[in-house]
Every structure is written in structure tokens, then in C-alpha cells.
Write a protein that binds this ligand. Sequence first.
Ligand SMILES: Cc1cc2nc3c(=O)[nH]c(=O)nc-3n(C[C@H](O)[C@H](O)[C@H](O)COP(=O)(O)OP(=O)(O)OC[C@H]3O[C@@H](n4cnc5c(N)ncnc54)[C@H](O)[C@@H]3O)c2cc1C
Ligand code: FES
Length: 271
Amino acid sequence: MYDQTTQLIRREQVAPGYHLLEFDCPQIAAAAQPGQFVHIRVTGEWDPLLRRPFSVMRINELRGSFQVLMRTVGRGTQMLAEARSGDEFDIMGPLGNGFALPGPEGEVVLVAGGIGVAPLIFLATALREPGSYRYVRGLFGARSADDLCCWLEFSGVCDEFNAITEDGNAGEQGLVTDLLPAQLERGVGCVYACGPALMLAEVTKQCQGAEIPCYVSMEQRMGCGVGACLGCVIPTRASGMQRYQRVCKDGPIFDAEVVDWEAIRYGCIPG
Ligand SMILES: Cc1cc2nc3c(=O)[nH]c(=O)nc-3n(C[C@H](O)[C@H](O)[C@H](O)COP(=O)(O)OP(=O)(O)OC[C@H]3O[C@@H](n4cnc5c(N)ncnc54)[C@H](O)[C@@H]3O)c2cc1C
Ligand code: FES
């Protein structure tokens, strides 16, 4: 893990409310694995005090840079959305455990909900790296066409791709979880998902029904980002035992089987 002063080298609004940010940081670019995140101090001042976490979406090892895709939701993200090329940020990363990759062959399904597409673009790129024979099917759902942000980038790194929107403005009309049963019926070795908690709960339910392993990327408000403050815990169950695990250190990627979705339904985490 590095803690670096890095320079923003590109900020581009890619859709209303969504920005792509690229940072110059060879160390993080070389070390980052799909599913890991960076923890960004959005200002050199004390307010806001806490860093903000963002998944790594793409790395450019040659250039020594990495990209994140950001949706503006509050004060911290608004400040980043107004940053300029050349601005410097204190960034910690890469943090978290990252996705465990399956064997070099076989089919996987990636299920993205909204901004959850970011780590799955990095994952799909790694799954299809030269020398592997994995077949990647991507599913992408969002509220409307604008929220299918970076769908071209996602479809470009998948062997097969389907999009769906809640209002039917792009792709089919419905929820991304409506597309999953047909994919599971075709047979698949493993499912990876990132998106709102309720979407992840439904993906888990379907995968459990089909007895297919599933890994989910969880979100939680964060403090330290390195496992010390216990500010980011989520309820889990393993071997019948209920316990809290840290999204920043034990996750953000969890075996969907161990997440206590019932407790999450009662409002333990955002989304
Ligand atoms: C591991 C991880 C990876 C993430 N990756 C990305 C990413 O790639 N792109 C991206 O745009 N966002 C990502 N997020 C969410 C991002 O960190 C939050 O949106 C951001 O911290 C909000 O900061 P803010 O100051 O703008 O919002 P605040 O002013 O702090 O809050 C504004 C609103 O956003 C909600 N919110 C704040 N933090 C979160 C959160 N972690 N999850 C869900 N809702 C939240 C609050 O409940 C509130 O309603 C990730 C979060 C985690 C934990
Ligand atoms: S944010 Fe401090 S333990 Fe996770």
C-alpha cells in the first residue's frame, strides 16, 4: 500500500454527473488488482476530514497512471468533479482484497449496477488477458441511458454484453437481475457483481438457487480505509457464526454466501 501525493492528469465529464479521473501514480498503477480501491483526500484542508474511496477502473502501466469513474453524490465528489488537471491529491492505495480470479478457462458472468461497472471493467480486462481462455459475459443495468456510464468500455472488454435500463431508454427495460436467470441457465463457472446492496442480494439469491459461486463488491461509508477504525463493518455469517467484517480490509470483495443480506436489508449499509 502506498500513500502518495499524486497529480490529476485528466478529468473528463463522461455523462451528466459522472467524471473519469486519471491520476499519475506509477506505484499504484503497478500494484493495483481488480476490485481494489484507492482512498482519496479530496482537499488539502481539514474539511472534509475523511478520505473518499473509489474503485480502480483502469490502469495504464506504460504511462504509470490509473483511472477511477466517479458519480457525484455529495460534497467530496463535487469537489473532485471541479478539480483541474495538475491539481495534487494525497491518495492511499491500492487497498482491499480484490477479486480472486478463476482458473484460466471457463465462463464467467459479470453483473454491474450503475457505478458498480468501474471495478468490473478492470476485472473483465484481467479475465481476458492474453493467454487465458475465459469467456466473459457482461450484464449492465442502470436507471436510464445516462447512467449506463462507460458501457462502451465495459462491452469492449467482454465477449458478450447485455444492457438494461429501468426506464427502457437504452437496452431492454427492467432490472439487471432480470437478465441473470437466462445466463445462469446457460451454465457459468462463477458470477461477480458490483452495484447497490439490494441488487447484490438478489444476485446472491439467484446464484444460491443455481448453486453457482458468486463474489460481490460491497460498499460502506469509510473512515481510515486500512482496517483500524471499524467504521466500515458489514454483518456476515460464516460457519453459522454472526460477525462483523471490515469492507476496507476483509473486503471490499466478499463471497456472497457469507454476507448477512437479511441484516443489510434492515438498513446497515447504504444503497
Ligand atoms: C470500496 C468502495 C469503492 C467505491 N467505488 C466507487 C467508484 O468507483 N465510483 C464512485 O463514484 N463511488 C464509489 N464509491 C462510493 C464513494 O466512495 C462515495 O460516493 C463517496 O465517498 C461519497 O462522498 P461525498 O462526499 O460526495 O458524499 P457524502 O456527502 O459523504 O454523502 C452523500 C450521499 O452519498 C451517500 N454515500 C456516501 N458514501 C457512500 C458509499 N460508500 N456508498 C454508498 N453511498 C454513499 C451518503 O449516504 C449520502 O446520501 C465506493 C465506495 C466504496 C466503499
Ligand atoms: S474504514 Fe476504518 S476499518 Fe474500515
